[in-house]
Design a protein around this ligand. Structure first.
Ligand SMILES: Nc1nc2c(ncn2[C@@H]2O[C@H](COP(=O)(O)OP(=O)(O)OP(=O)(O)O)[C@@H](O)[C@H]2O)c(=O)[nH]1
Ligand SMILES: [Mg+2]
Length: 329
């Protein structure tokens, strides 16, 4: 039996995946339970959410009672999505952040330069995407805060130094550190269907110093060693042409579309698109703006990919990147 989950439920589930603390997780799971239609088709999902809820409550209790230990960073979410840049030492993580944003991270030709995470905003065709540079990961050195930052991200750039013979092993180490903590890098993200504690992250392998003629061989070694294949992009960061391509790949990684809204009789604000998931509907757009709007929404008018300008469409109509929408209650 189909679960027939609503856009409001999916929004709560997305918030849960992004929740950075046990307390936020508890709130989101409670909301998911509340928003879920209760019938045979959702029995399994309900049971799974209830068990995750009791686990999150347990974690929350432990955190409250335990003395504070280890490093913690609180990085507020901004923009249409968050992409975390990770990799071994000296592979070019900070240089990527420097090229794609206005941030000025320390970039140096020696390893272990970056000690703390650094967020910065990347502009891409009217939307802002948050990128986060991170310290290098080596054997046994994956800090809990970094694991949490990555598991709650919307996407990951896994960076491999195309000019170094050590890079395949170093990158493999990074992958294993995450894998042993139920975190995998895959082409598209999401929870594992059979085991909700496994998080699959939408990822791209970025091979820096790609002008090195063996760079491709080095990245292939990784996949030949059994790592599941993710789309790969070779870049030479001194060359500006790669910056545009890398930005576009970051946008694609988030799997979102840009939609412009307008009020009746007024032109749309083409400077400030909203973003919704790829394949998102008119109702998803309304949920994004305000839950009340989603409840009272009757129909929408569409300019863009419809049959004709101003076409009337229902709440289930699937929007496309660049559509202009007027919502009517
Ligand atoms: N020519 C060239 N140099 C690169 C490229 N990517 C990175 N570099 C250089 O490689 C060095 C290391 O880059 P960083 O960005 O500091 O490396 P990182 O991964 O942040 O290093 P840690 O913070 O130590 O982990 C710097 O000198 C960069 O300018 C590239 O594609 N081409
Ligand atoms: Mg760095």
């Amino acid at each position: 039996m189909p679960a027939n989950l609503t856009p409001m439920y999916y929004k709560a589930e997305r918030d849960y995946r992004r929740a950075q603390t046990a307390s936020e997780q508890v709130d989101c799971l409670q909301q998911m339970l509340q928003l879920m239609p209760k019938h045979k088709g959702t029995d399994k999902l309900q049971a799974s959410i209830k068990s995750r809820l009791s686990e999150a409550r347990q974690n929350l209790k432990q955190q409250i009672n335990a003395p504070k230990s280890g490093q913690a960073y609180r990085i507020p979410r901004q923009g249409a999505g968050r992409i975390v840049i990770i990799g071994g030492p000296n592979c070019g993580k900070s240089r990527i952040l420097k090229e794609l944003t206005r941030a000025e991270p320390d970039v140096a030709p020696f390893p272990f330069t970056t000690r703390e995470p650094l967020p910065a905003m990347m502009e891409y065709e009217g939307i802002q995407i948050q990128l986060v540079d991170t310290p290098p990961i080596t054997v046994g050195q994956l800090q809990p805060w970094l694991l949490n930052l990555v598991r709650t991200a919307d996407g990951v750039l896994l960076v491999l130094d195309g000019s170094s013979d050590d890079a395949p092993d170093e990158t493999m180490t990074v992958i294993r550190e995450f894998e042993s903590r139920k975190t995998r890098f895959t082409e598209t993200g999401g929870f594992d269907e059979d085991n909700f504690s496994i998080v699959n992250l939408a990822s791209r392998l970025v091979v820096t110093r790609a002008s090195d003629r063996d760079s491709q061989v080095r990245s292939e070694l990784l996949f030949e060693a059994g790592v599941s294949r993710v789309p790969t992009l070779g870049v030479e960061l001194g060359d500006k042409q790669f910056v545009g391509v890398l930005k576009q790949r970051c946008f694609e990684l988030l799997n979102i579309i840009r939609v412009f809204t307008k009020s009746p009789g007024k032109p749309p604000d083409m400077q400030a698109p909203l973003t919704i998931a790829h394949n998102g509907t008119v109702e998803d757009l309304a949920v994004q703006i305000h839950e009340d709007l989603a409840r009272t929404l009757k129909h929408a008018r569409l300019w863009g990919h419809g049959d004709h300008d101003g076409q009337v469409v229902g709440r289930d109509y699937r929007l496309r990147d660049g559509d202009v929408v007027e919502l009517h209650c």
